[in-house]
Design a protein around this ligand. Structure first.
Ligand SMILES: [Zn+2]
Ligand SMILES: [Zn+2]
Length: 258
């Protein structure tokens, strides 16, 4: 399994893109930086997009990818919980802000939507997908994706502390987890459902206690303006837990191997 980090951040600039992951070139998770990262050819290889929640930094490129699929007479399969579907169909793909690509083009709509139920594994494009609720300010699920040869990644999406219930449901070899803010913003992070390095440390310790191991850990959704501070604090967490923890960057390639 190859996991590419297309967008690794929560704020966009010339050098940072909004959150998007790409698995084996065909399965995307979140759509903050999809069309801005992929060529038209690469976009047309996409089979499905899993959306974790309805915040704009995670869904923005649904509209732009749908437009491109409409021009290519192709259909993209989008999966999310009911709340994301309701928000997108009401506020974005509604023939007001942008065409309703759930119904257009009439002969072959560009988007086919499927609502996923948390806790129920389902098959998507040959992968086993499990949506697991996390603790964010908006209804949010992380996704565990398992390939046919047993390689497993879990992406938490945006989440605050308190992931013990979530850890019970997943057993990844690669954990992609958010760390949005440095430690000095812990109160803000807790209030808005995000992690700091100190909060991350507690969640990883809880993972190890419950599961008896720690997977490879990669961080996303960093605030670019405070990233140096986050990186220094993450180094301390990695030393204290004695595990490597890597901050993701745009274009990063991760392999899950035997
Ligand atoms: Zn969010
Ligand atoms: Zn976000």
């Amino acid at each position: 399994m190859n996991v590419q980090i297309l967008g690794a951040h929560n704020c966009e600039s010339q050098n940072s893109k909004l959150i998007s992951l790409l698995i084996d070139d065909i399965l995307a998770i979140d759509a903050g930086g999809l069309t801005s990262s992929l060529s038209f050819t690469a976009q047309q290889k996409l089979k499905a997009i899993l959306l974790t929640h309805r915040h704009y930094d995670h869904i923005r490129d649904v509209s732009t990818i749908a437009m491109n699929f409409a021009f290519y007479r192709n259909t993209i399969n989008i999966y999310s919980t009911q709340s994301v579907y309701d928000a997108l169909s009401t506020h974005l793909l509604n023939d007001k802000l942008y065409p309703d690509f759930l119904k257009q083009p009439q002969d072959k709509p560009a988007v086919k939507f499927t609502v996923v139920e948390p806790h129920k594994p389902q098959s998507v494009e040959g992968y086993s997908i499990l949506a697991v609720p996390v603790n964010h300010s908006e209804i949010t699920v992380g996704y565990q994706v398992t390939s046919t040869d047993g390689k497993t990644v879990f992406y938490t999406s945006d989440t605050g502390p308190g992931l013990a219930d979530c850890w019970q449901e997943v057993s990844p070899q690669l954990l992609i987890i958010e760390t949005t803010l440095p430690n000095k913003h812990e109160q803000y992070a807790k209030k808005n459902g995000h992690l700091t390095p100190a909060l991350l440390k507690q969640e990883l310790a809880s993972f190890r206690q419950l599961k008896g191991y720690l997977p490879q850990v990669v961080l996303v959704h960093m605030s670019p303006i405070m990233e140096k501070e986050i990186a220094a604090e993450v180094d301390n967490v990695a030393s204290a837990l004695n595990v490597p923890i890597t901050l993701a960057y745009e274009g990063m390639q991760l392999q899950i191997s035997g």
